[in-house]
Design a protein around this ligand. Structure first.
Ligand SMILES: [Zn+2]
Length: 335
């Protein structure tokens, strides 16, 4: 069976294994689910098996030319389409030119020619309509896999012509198992508690990558807890240091936001219900209690709202650096 090494998503595994085993593959698939949920990893294994020229059941052989070239990252029968650098949407030209050109040629070494469209939900209507043309009369050897975070922006006409594979959130048990696999030890044996891992991942496997192994994320979390009291007191130094940690350019800020929000929420709980209250950042109980005493419950509460608002703005790609600055200044009480 394929996908054995991947944790969870049993429905997805069943459906894809059945399709591969029967050899009855559709020309178009939509893999839908939260960013980081594993769509790419599953798509990779799925297409490898579909392209393999000597599959064993639903598994790729690992030895044929298709398999070897895929492993080396240079199989010309696979095309991956993404938005151009600096662009947030996939343009109609890209779909029209790249995909049509690729699909017109029979595969060189593989059983199928596969086209993967990443972030397919960023295709505007024109791009999706252009894609439909290829969906209507695809050559026998072609397979298109669309990866998208949400089905909401996908046209009905596109959805109805594809097999939709939906990825569900993982259980906390699966998340903790993945954490153990990645960091070589269970959560709780280091400073990262099970509660923290489960709360941060919120059922999304990919988020674990950021907090396991490197130890860097844990450093960030501790550093933020050190800096937050200063921020609430209006220290410009603290503000600038936190700003440095929020990497808006490379969109690496999820964990910093999570850490800020969970630290502040923990501080609120400790202020309200005392030192023994169950919190996420259990190893930082003392400094968070101090933070709560210093800033006070209501300032913490309004800071949470300010941070949440900024986080949403970043998601919409609004003037990011400005939004972060604005947020930090507001929390500091205007400086
Ligand atoms: Zn093979």
């Amino acid at each position: 069976m394929a996908f054995e090494k991947l944790l969870g998503q049993n429905d997805v595994k069943d459906r894809l294994n059945r399709a591969l085993g029967s050899g009855k593959l559709s020309h178009a698939y939509i893999f839908a689910g939260e960013r980081g949920i594993g769509k790419k990893t599953f798509a990779r294994e799925f297409l490898t098996a579909a392209m393999c020229t000597a599959p064993e059941g639903s598994c790729a052989c690992g030895k044929c030319r298709s398999c070897v070239y895929l492993k080396n990252g240079n199989n010309p029968d696979l095309l991956t389409v993404t938005a151009d650098e600096g662009k947030t949407i996939i343009s109609v030209d890209k779909i029209r030119d790249d995909i049509r050109e690729a699909i017109a040629k029979a595969p060189n070494f593989s059983a199928k020619r596969v086209i993967v469209v990443e972030n397919a939900d960023t295709m505007n209507e024109a791009a999706q309509n252009a894609l439909l043309k290829t969906f209507e009369e695809p050559p026998e050897y072609a397979m298109i896999i669309l990866l998208c975070d949400s089905l909401l922006t996908m046209l009905e006409t596109v959805k109805s012509r594809a097999v939709i594979i939906e990825f569900k959130r993982n259980t906390d048990g699966e998340i903790l198992e993945k954490y153990r696999m990645l960091s070589g030890e269970p959560a709780g044996s280091d400073d990262v508690t099970e509660e923290l891992v489960a709360a941060y991942a919120d059922g999304v496997m990919g988020r674990i990558d950021e907090i396991s192994g490197s130890g860097d994320a844990n450093e960030k979390r501790k550093r933020l807890t050190e800096l937050l009291p200063g921020l609430f007191e209006g220290s410009i130094e603290a503000k600038n240091k936190i700003k440095e940690m929020i990497d808006v350019r490379n969109k690496q800020y999820d964990f910093v936001f999570f850490s800020m929000m969970s630290a502040i929420r923990d501080a609120m709980l400790l202020t309200r219900f005392g030192m023994k209250t169950k919190i996420i950042n259990a190893d930082l109980r003392e400094p968070l209690f101090e933070l709560g005493n210093g800033a006070g419950y209501y300032r913490l509460k309004s800071a949470l709202e300010i941070i949440d608002e900024c986080y949403k703005k970043l998601g919409r790609n609004a003037a990011a650096e400005l939004a972060v600055d604005d947020m930090l200044i507001k929390i500091g009480g205007g400086f």
